[in-house]
Write a protein that binds this ligand. Sequence first.
Ligand code: TMP
Ligand code: ASP
Length: 239
Amino acid sequence: MEKKEQLYEGKAKKVYATENPDYVIVSYKDDATAFNGAKRGTIVGKGVINNKMSNMMMAMLEKKGIPTHFVEQLSDRDTVVKKVQIVPLEVIIRNVAAGSFSKRYGVKEGTKLAIPTIEFSYKCDALDDPLINDYHALALNLASEEEIAEIKRLAFAVNEALIAFFKELNIDLIDFKLEFGRFHDKIVLADEISPDTCRFWEAGTWDTEHHTSLDKDRFRRDLGGVEDAYAEIFKRIGG
Ligand code: TMP
Ligand code: ASP
């Protein structure tokens, strides 16, 4: 399959049409942004790692019965995916307090949550992706009640699968962000699963004071060793 015209360029990926109206090609870039584009940089080799890693994760999830947009990897940076209509919600699952959750609720980073939790942000750069609840999403016609129920069910199933997968690799899955799309009226997992969109902490090395991040927080927080962290995750997943 070949790239036709570019349909869209996002912060980390470009999307191209193909000859098949049901499929598009995503092309992963090395560009990194944080804080809604306020911080910009390059993470050398990130596009290759995120492309291959996302595909490995999606293939693993498909085997566990979770429908995804993944079709076929074409090259280091390019993958054919189903052309979905993205539901404009960022779906965040958290197992351990970190990041904006810690800040918002005054909980120390590294505090294990009593149960895994879910939150939605309204995908809208102009508004800075504000936190939103189910009723707001329904009121704004962003998704139907059935779709929201299905998104929650799938997101928690993804969490179970990913926690188990990364535990074997000595990595604790702290939190992550998913996006879902509609493909012929069915909800499927879309976007990516990578160190850009997950918090991965080295297992056994953290308590509520210290941890070793193997993810994009190294870029967001200027911790150094950004490329090494991506490479380490990729190595552990067998890439
Ligand atoms: P947060 O604690 O900053 O809200 O982030 C929660 C998770 O979501 C974390 O794993 C990083 C991921 N994330 C994204 O993938 N994209 C984003 O724009 C943001 C803010 C977070
Ligand atoms: N999505 C954020 C941005 O747009 C990046 C992040 O914090 O993951 O810059």
